[in-house]
Design a binder for this molecule. Structure first.
Ligand code: NAD
Length: 290
């Protein structure tokens, strides 16, 4: 290790990649850093990279892009092995703001191009999600983002941006876990070729998914933890996930999900946890964020 090169326990190739509709691909499992304190972010992201994570999900509003950037810079990992997502915040949808916001994020991340740039929320009361999306198409064409997508968009917002630009987002990142199945959003994405990213994949610890018999029984049957059962449920549904933890043993645990599979009955039992009426949501509704 005297050369400064670090030893990585898991090669990137071990994590499956999902093809996006623009020809790029994304590691299906990553590390999300919502609520990771800025002063601790470099340390936690560095550890995640050492453990084998290559996909990091941050956002301008998280206030920790600089820490992500420092961890990337000191990792020594080739740029093309990393996949970095960040997001445009709600008050910067109009005019020259999206470009300025992107340049500021790139500066903080120490990157020339982000791998995936998302409109963070549709902010329906401001009626400017189409403007934001149109700007992202231009930013992608200018090379500031390799892929572009949206977050927290409902089907009506997705219809609006598609009608205005003809460009289907590469992903829609939404709250998605066994108690909040997002059926309508998933149908829209499947019909149009957008991938679904699951935020709050473990219910943010607010919903006791791990105590649900369907989850606990699947975990016991495979000798795994309830968190691993839920992550595996996401992966088998084709969701892109990036669970958050600041604990090393959980970071490792959340990555150790590729040497077993849930059977169809176990997946169906976990599917059945969705109340279908939206009551399983743990975060904000897209109609309430502006
Ligand atoms: P999550 O479902 O990943 O829950 C995180 C919590 O789960 C942790 O704080 C920890 O308490 C617990 N946990 C993690 N691993 C565990 C394990 N192995 N065993 C037991 N408990 C464990 O929720 P999240 O952080 O909100 O979502 C993940 C990522 O999604 C975020 O970090 C962020 O990148 C993204 N996100 C995006 C939006 C958006 O609006 N686009 C909103 C929220 C989160």
């Amino acid at each position: 290790m005297g050369s400064g090169a670090r030893v990585y326990h898991r090669r990137m190739a071990d994590i499956p990649r999902i093809e996006l509709n623009d020809g790029n691909s994304i590691p299906q499992l990553g590390y999300g850093v919502f609520q990771v304190p800025p002063e601790e972010t470099e340390r936690h992201v560095s550890r995640a990279l050492e453990i084998g994570y290559r996909h990091i999900d941050t956002a301008a509003i998280y206030g920790n892009e600089e820490g992500v950037g420092r961890a990337i810079a000191s990792s020594g990992i080739p740029r093309d092995e990393l996949f970095i997502t960040t997001k445009l915040w709600n008050d910067r949808h109009e005019g020259e703001e999206p470009r300025a916001a992107t340049e500021e994020s790139l500066e903080r991340l120490g990157l020339e191009q982000v791998d995936l740039y998302l409109v963070h929320w549709p902010t329906p009361r401001r009626s400017n999600h189409v403007q934001a999306w149109t700007s992202l198409v231009g930013l992608r064409d200018a090379g500031l983002a390799r892929s572009i997508g949206v977050s927290n968009f409902e089907p009506e917002h997705l219809d609006d941006i598609l009608a205005a630009t003809g460009v289907v987002p590469a992903v829609n990142q939404v709250e998605l876990h066994p108690a909040h199945g997002q059926r309508a959003v998933k149908e829209w994405c499947a019909r149009h070729g957008a991938r679904v990213e699951a935020w709050g994949p473990l219910g943010q610890g607010k919903y006791d998914l791990f105590g649900e018999p369907a989850v606990a029984e699947a975990a016991a049957a495979h000798g795994i933890t309830p968190a691993q059962a839920v992550i595996r449920w996401h992966l088998q549904h084709g969701h892109i996930v990036f669970p958050k933890s600041v604990r090393e043993e959980r970071l490792r645990e959340n990555l150790e999900v590729f040497d077993f599979a849930l059977d169809d009955a176990e997946v169906a039992a976990i599917d059945a946890l969705d109340p279908l009426d939206g009551t399983g949501r743990v975060g904000s509704s897209p109609y309430d964020v502006h």
